[in-house]
Ligand binder design. Structure first.
Ligand code: PEP
Ligand code: MG
Length: 757
């Protein structure tokens, strides 16, 4: 037996290279392959089993009876070969017959052989066959021999796919431990139901060429890919491309550790020595590490494995020049996007007509990517563990965002249940749609103002569809997020004008840009921000007041777009009253500037503040007299109240909006605003959830701006509610908190026949 895996693999690979280039038929090629391997590894038996018609069929062998070729077949999971394919795992046995899965096939004559080593032949992360060697003496194969076999199996995968001996679709349907239907549970991020095929945001690279023509050239390619990857990681750390600290920072640290890990690059180099291309070498090392890690039952290590896997994929994408995300390569119709995490700008790149859902490994309820998905009407599920291993590219998926589940490769009963639920939800949606022209009035006659949140041009259509009273929050930064460069005044003007025109008589509240936090813009340089914790950093109005050129352009665009009609402007992240004064003064100076040039001005400009920084609540007596309206951004406010990063997936389910702390805090603000007769509303995601909205009305809120899909359910809730009764109940519960508020409110709602959907 050769002592070096690189040497033996190289010898075999040279032989395989000739076989692949030869003009002979597929069967003849496989016959030659088993002979080459058997000879190079001095093994008495070498066999190849391939997946065909749902079974692993013996396609070629030396050492076993030739009459067994195309006769011996094993089901997936049956015998040693079936086990290897099913588990995509290696078996290395000195006495094969002692393995519990051993299945004796007399036609092969294998009783002569005691030791057995088999490795899966993998394509697109699925086993499409098995390569094995056997010996008469009972002996365990050493690690180098197994590695040589795995390297050879990789090349075989190319040969087999090239010869069309197995079809990928068949393999996808049959192989791998996760081949059956699967139910995945996750965190409900955006309700709605979607059906489609799995598309990875960062597509897996399929390796087409495994055998190197020129080893030194391949080595060079890997070196430069490593260099590029390290640059990218360093840049990512600087740019905080992942947005915020916490876990993301941790991931970047781990990426960095792996990117500079000598062991990893050395192993890839060794794989290149054995004759593989750069791509195949990276993939080979990735597979090997993955197989090893799978045997270790340590969640922390598994997590790290994940990071290494991500990085290996990045390296592969660099080396193969396939850098685009699925948004750039184009979506199929009915796609369900799979990603570890996404930024809001990345999601906005996708064609919303084709996107039927998103499944994330991370994600949280108020991260901006979730808000964008909600605005796009795309159901989204978060916190689904290990999705890359459990979902394959192209797998059929059913996503139920409202239930927080996804079905992978669904069975007919799953399809039927999904279909039935879809009908119910469509019926319910039709009922909500029928409420379009019904006023949101409580049973005791209080008219609630129900507006929608928007940010994309198309969102304005929601006004007509839902019958909402206006746009209570137009997130102007969304235009910035989808642009490659800072949007010019003209394009800002055009957007604002078209939004106002589409809104007709209904009011629109434009929020000035809220950049920063998890809304990262590549053209606003990080070294300017340099934030350890961007959510609390140089963002929103803080950034806009400092870069007042940006704010002036926006002010001009808004004032001109609203010429002849009312303009409502609000400023995000006001922490102290002077910030409001300064922002308002900036707008007023632009209004003055336009007036001097005899431009048509808005008939009225109303200025409002967002309350999302807790400190502001303590100086409302100072601020309120200066405001035309106040809007509470509960997404940011609650993250600051609880000191719980809104985009940290680990905290996503930790704190509840329906807590005495939050509701008491809000009640105090509402009372103070009422005392100053300043209109007050809520524009955070909290207002779009029925039970939360009921509680908000219970503390005195009469104005909600919510995600468009929530208008129907919230309107139904309002129309079934007695405002005086809910206010009394909230006072009772908040004055002496005792027990779990969510449960108490839920049962009160049920007892009083409130529609909470
Ligand atoms: C909020 O913070 O509640 C809010 C409405 O603004 P955004 O979600 O855009 O930060
Ligand atoms: Mg906010």
């Amino acid at each position: 037996m050769p002592t070096s895996s690189a040497a033996s693999a190289r010898e075999i690979l040279t032989g395989l290279h000739d076989v692949m280039a030869a003009k002979s038929g597929a069967q003849a090629k496989l016959n030659r392959v088993v002979r080459i391997i058997a000879e190079a590894m001095s093994s008495e038996v070498c066999s190849i089993y391939l997946l065909r018609d749902g079974a692993l069929e013996l396609f070629a062998t030396v050492g076993l009876n030739q009459s067994a070729v195309h006769v011996t077949k094993l089901a997936l999971g049956e015998g040693l070969v079936g086990t290897i394919a099913e588990q995509v795992a290696v078996l290395n046995l000195d006495e094969a017959s002692r393995h519990p899965e051993f299945a004796y096939r007399p036609e092969t004559g294998e009783e002569l052989f005691h030791s057995f080593a088999g490795v899966p032949i993998v394509r697109r992360e699925r086993a499409i066959g098995v390569l094995c060697v056997q010996h008469a003496d009972p002996r365990a194969y050493d690690e180098l021999e197994i590695e040589a076999l795995q390297t050879v199996a990789m090349v075989l995968s190319e040969l087999i796919a090239g010869a069309g001996l197995v079809d990928d679709a068949g393999a996808a349907a049959l192989s791998k431990s996760e081949s059956g239907a699967l139910r995945l549970n996750g965190l409900k991020l955006v309700t709605g139901m979607g059906r489609g095929q799995a598309v990875f945001h960062q597509p897996r690279i399929v390796i087409e060429h495994t055998v190197a023509e020129d080893i030194e050239a391949e080595r060079h390619r890997v070196y430069s890919a490593f260099r590029k990857m390290r640059e990218q990681i360093d840049q990512m750390t600087n740019l905080a491309e992942f947005g915020v600290g916490g876990e993301h920072q941790e991931i970047l640290e781990t990426y960095k550790m792996f990117a500079y890990d000598e062991g990893w690059s050395r192993r890839i180099n060794e794989a290149i020595d054995s004759g593989l291309t750069a791509e195949a070498a990276i993939e080979r090392v990735r597979q090997r590490t993955a197989m090893r890690m799978r045997q270790i039952d340590d969640p922390l290590l598994q997590e790290r494995m994940h990071d290494l896997d991500d990085l290996a994929n990045r390296l592969l994408r660099i080396v193969s020049g396939q850098l685009g995300t699925a948004a750039q390569t184009g979506l199929p119709h009915d796609a369900i996007l799979i990603a570890r995490n996404l930024g809001p700008a990345e999601l906005l790149e996708y064609d919303r007509r084709k996107l039927k859902g998103v499944i994330l490994e991370e994600g949280s309820l108020t991260a901006h990517v979730t808000i964008v998905a909600r605005a796009m009407g795309v159901p989204m599920l978060g916190r689904v563990r290990d999705i890359r291993r459990r979902i394959g590219e192209g797998d059929a998926l059913l996503l139920d965002g409202g239930e927080g589940v996804a079905f992978v490769r669904p069975t007919p009963p799953m399809e039927e249940a999904f279909e039935a639920k879809l009908l119910v939800s469509q019926k319910r949606r039709a009922e909500y749609a029928a409420l379009r022209d019904a006023a949101p009035v409580t049973r005791d006659g209080e008219r609630i103002t129900l507006m929608v949140n928007a940010g994309l041009r198309d969102d304005v259509a929601a006004l007509d569809v839902t019958g909402a009273d206006g746009i209570g929050l137009f997130r102007t930064e969304f235009q910035f997020l989808v642009s490659a460069a800072l949007p010019r005044k003209d394009s800002q003007f055009r957007l604002y004008r078209s939004v106002l025109e589409a809104a007709g008589d209904k009011p629109v509240i434009f929020r000035t840009v809220d950049i920063g936090g998890d809304k990262v813009l590549p053209y606003i340089k990080a070294d300017e921000a340099n934030d350890e914790n961007p959510a609390m950093g140089w963002r929103a109005l803080r950034l806009a007041l400092e870069r007042d050129g940006l704010m002036k352009v926006q002010a001009r665009a808004l004032l001109e777009a609203a010429a002849g009609r009312e303009l409502n402007v609000m400023f995000p992240m006001i922490s102290e009253p002077w910030e409001f004064d300064e922002a308002k003064a900036l707008f007023e100076s632009q209004r003055q500037w336009l007036a001097e040039r005899r431009k048509l001005l808005p008939s009225q400009v109303r200025y409002g503040a967002m309350l999302e920084v807790p400190a502001l609540a303590e100086v409302l007596d100072v601020l309120l007299p200066r405001l035309d309206f106040l809007s509470i951004g509960t997404n940011d406010l609650t993250q600051f109240l609880f000191a719980a990063d809104r985009s940290n997936p680990k905290l996503a389910e930790r704190y509840d909006w329906l807590s005495p702390a939050i509701l008491r805090f809000l009640r105090r603000i509402v009372r103070e605003a009422h005392a100053h007769e300043v209109p007050i509303g809520i524009c955070g995601e909290m207002g779009g959830r029925t039970l939360e909205a009921m509680a908000l009305i219970g503390i005195g809120i009469r104005r909600l701006s919510i995600t468009p899909v929530a208008v129907g359910p919230i309107k139904a809730m309002i129309r079934s509610l007695d405002r005086r009764a809910v206010m009394a109940e909230l006072d009772r519960l908040l004055d002496a908190p005792n027990g779990e508020l969510r449960a108490q409110l839920g049962s009160w709602a049920e007892k009083n026949g409130i529609s909470i959907g």
